[in-house]
Design a binder for this molecule. Sequence first.
Ligand SMILES: [Zn+2]
Length: 363
Amino acid sequence: MNKCIRGLEIITPLESFRDDIIISGGKIRKIGSEVCNEEIKIEKGKYVVPGLIDIHTHGMGGILVNDVKSVESYEKLTKYYYSHGVTTFIPSTISENVEKLISIAGILNEAKSIGIHLEGPILNPNRAGAHKFFTRFDERILEISKLFKIKRITVAPEILSDRELETLVDNFQVSLGHTDANSDDTRRAIGFGASSVTHLFNAMRPFHHRDPGIIGVSLTSPIYTEVIPDLVHVNEITINIISKLKGNNTILVSDSLQAAGLGEGEFLLYGEKIICNKACFEGNNKLVGSNITLDEGVRRVSKVVGLKEAIKYATYSPASLLNIDDIGQISRGYVADLVILDENLNVLMTLKSGSVVFSIFKK
Ligand SMILES: [Zn+2]
């Protein structure tokens, strides 16, 4: 039993060409034509790209990861991601006290989430952004790492000792963020194995030509850098700079709150009102988060860096950071996580392991 997607432009995303994709047993068996049992043909379909991978996202469709109370609610959330072409997402918590995080992690584990990203509470309160809970190193957080295949944690390295940093890197993929780290703090953390920087430029010590800090080190070392692609959190010229300097180590992340996918409106964060339009703001116009979905991020960033690069930064690059070697590319042997887009890059159909999990024709 095989399935095929015929005649679309395949963005692998390392190259692009027009051909057929043959799927069998949930995997990509071949790129090329073949007689097949089931043909997927979509009028208006133009591109087929790997399923998008969102490694930093707090929710969508009205559901905040911190508020997920049941397996059913997590499954509903997963479907929202599919409808935006995201086939792999790492549910990300906003900062909370450690007991609460342990309980959220328990539910995500029960719902068979592939991973977790803890954004906080080991953050620098001077670079808080929207987060409201802060602590220094807390050993209990290590319990969470045992529950998942992929475990990321965002920390401010300047508040951690060498030993604490080392312990965290032994248990998590460590990302640096919400931090006042200077160049030396950043180099020290990279030396201990920190692998990424959380939303580069946002909630960190700004770049200065005589004090380049975490931004200067990130842009000139091989570490991966997350970027929020709404063109509000960082200007398009800044995205261009990141893309030019970081290349394949650029990762688009939605960093979305539950407001994502719901248009403009008012929402609650930590029980307080926020207003979301182009992004999410507290009453005093302070930027507190994003409401973009990753497919929309790809659409916006593709106008800045080109289509192939934008797709790469939302598929190939995050898969490389996460060390998952069978997603993020369209190639023989890879899992058939695929998205079919129209000429304006709108999602028409999403396949997860070869099964259609979203289609605009089937609601
Ligand atoms: Zn975040």
